[in-house]
Write a protein that binds this ligand. Structure first.
Ligand code: FRU
Length: 526
């Protein structure tokens, strides 16, 4: 006999007049509890809800994890607290998308257990079934992550596998796969190194400001190969490394390897941020070809980025997202009932400058063009000294994209103001004498939630032939600026009033010229 009829007959027997209301209460209590276990979709209506950036409907999110493409789906896992809007109970949240923009929210993929939280890591498709968790016909997806032992404060590397397109995950019974009893040993990023048919893991020894490289034939047993660091910026602890090869845009046929490492503090704009090293990797050792520090982003809100694994060869792009936040104030940002977004997805490449130095270039993915709705264009015109509101020309909005080219003329400063309203604006400008491009969020809206939030971010940039090009994405609580064709990026949260929708151009200390301005309103992804 199955349990169900037994339960029903028990209910029939016991369902006397006085028990009926009790049962009703019990049943009603059970309904919302059941609903809460399914993953809700964001409603996109809250005051600061991003309209085309990824956010969880509710609760806390930090780093992107396990970015992997499989079977026509981009997977985005992320550090998630299923129980609240502050960091804790770290688990892997999960969403899938056909286009990096429209996400289906799935249930938690890897929950914390009684003793171990699931910290950051990566995922791969094990095409040759080297792990044996799948079959040749149905290759398994493998997640490689850090198990953080709550009581003993130790960190070790874990794996979990899925043979149903990432819908369910099973932790390996032989976990951990890499354990030295260390307290700060985390964030493994794994990729297939084809020339030697082996897996390579790069993982941070955070407090030592080092990364270690391991290799494996089956994702279960790992052999130490080499280490890198301390190098570059060592002010903050090292976290969330990634290593990949990229083409050099302006040197056809040439590539370099990029080692991306995040700093938990002391980054260029203060607090947490990412740096990268350009160099060579021979399957065993990474050697950087420069000694200076190179920053991934010049504002405060781009952290813990990792790249997608297994993007099909015919696509060929190296894509990533970063956590659109900063550990300085992440727990205080004025959003509810969720906290944090992921950045726009970006395609990566390299470019050499006049001296032959190689720089990382980030460009918003082409898929974003599919969100474009209304288009407005302004052609050449003088920008007299002062500020010029463009709202009357249909240039305004809270979720917009702008492509602007300015000629500095004899101005000392020239630029653009977005999310403008009563006493509010976010300024994106160029200081001609200092040769600095900057983003100023001192008056961008709510800022009292933390003393380190209000700020101005800047980076050195030439203006060849006196021209400055800016590609800007504005959302309900962020501004992302791509300058110097993607070699300089500012990723910044802003919390303006919903009424602050204005856009202006301005020139100070002289007149400038607008070469062109294109604006699109962008559709929400709901
Ligand atoms: C980076 C980080 C990782 C860690 C995770 C914990 O933001 O500190 O090093 O794995 O967050 O949530």
């Amino acid at each position: 006999m199955s349990d169900k009829p037994m339960l029903f007959s028990f209910l029939r027997l016991r369902c006397t007049v006085w028990t009926a209301p009790v049962l009703l209460v019990v049943l009603l209590a059970a309904v919302p509890a059941h609903r809460a276990s399914a993953q809700p979709e964001p409603t996109y209506t809250e005051r600061y809800r991003p309209q085309y950036h990824f956010t969880p409907a509710v609760n806390w999110m930090n780093d992107p994890n396990g970015l992997v493409w499989f079977d026509d789906e981009y997977h985005l896992f992320y550090q998630y607290n299923p129980f609240g809007t502050r960091w804790g109970h770290m688990s892997w949240g999960h969403a899938v998308s056909p286009d990096l923009l429209h996400w289906e929210h799935l249930s938690v993929a890897i929950p914390e257990t009684d003793s171990v939280m699931a910290f950051s890591g990566s995922a791969v498709v094990d095409w040759n079934n080297t792990s044996g968790f799948g079959t040749d016909e149905n290759p398994p997806m493998i997640a490689i992550y850090t198990g953080h032992y709550r009581e003993r404060r130790l960190q070790a590397q874990y794996i979990a596998w899925s043979t149903d397109r990432g819908r369910t995950w099973t932790p390996y019974e032989g976990n951990p796969v890499l354990d030295f009893g260390l307290t700060d040993f985390r964030d493994p990023k794994v990729f297939w190194y084809a020339p030697e048919e082996k897996w390579v893991m790069v993982v941070a020894l955070s407090v030592d400001r080092k990364v270690h490289f391991y290799s494996s034939k089956d994702l279960k047993s790992w052999t130490f190969m080499s280490e890198f660091g301390p190098a570059g910026n060592v002010t903050g602890i090292w976290e969330c490394p990634d290593l990949f090869e990229l083409p050099i845009e302006n040197r056809p046929g040439e590539t370099r390897w990029v080692l991306d490492v995040d700093n938990g503090g002391g980054a260029v704009a203060g607090g947490s941020g990412g740096q990268y090293f350009v160099g060579h990797f021979d399957g065993t050792t990474f050697v950087a070809e420069h000694a200076d520090t190179r920053w991934v982003d010049y504002a405060k809100d781009f952290y813990a980025a990792i790249s997608w694994s297994d993007v099909p060869e015919e696509d060929g792009r190296r894509l990533w997202v970063g956590w659109l936040n900063n550990w300085l104030y992440a727990g205080e940002i004025p959003t509810d009932p969720w906290r944090s977004a992921q950045s726009l997805p970006r395609a990566l490449s390299l470019r050499t400058d006049a001296l032959g130095d190689v720089w990382l270039v980030q460009k918003p993915v082409e898929e974003l063009k599919t969100l474009r709705e209304t288009h407005r264009r302004l052609d050449v015109r003088a920008i007299a000294e002062g500020e010029h509101d463009l709202t009357g020309e249909g240039i305004a909005g809270k979720a917009i994209e702008l492509v602007v080219e300015l000629e500095v003329g004899d101005a000392a400063e020239v630029g653009l103001k977005v999310r403008q309203g009563e006493g509010e604006e976010t300024v994106i400008g160029y200081d001609v004498l200092r040769k600095e491009v900057f983003v100023d969020r001192y008056r961008s809206g709510e800022k009292e939630f933390h003393p380190t939030y209000a700020d101005l971010f800047e980076a050195s940039m030439e203006a060849p032939e006196g021209r400055v090009k800016l590609h800007v994405f504005v959302d309900w609580s962020s501004v992302e600026v791509f300058a110097d064709d993607g070699a300089i990026v500012f990723t910044s949260q802003v919390f303006p009033s919903p009424d602050s929708e204005g856009v202006s151009i301005y020139a100070e200390g002289g007149g400038a010229r607008l070469v062109s301005l294109d604006m699109w309103t962008l559709a929400s992804v709901w």
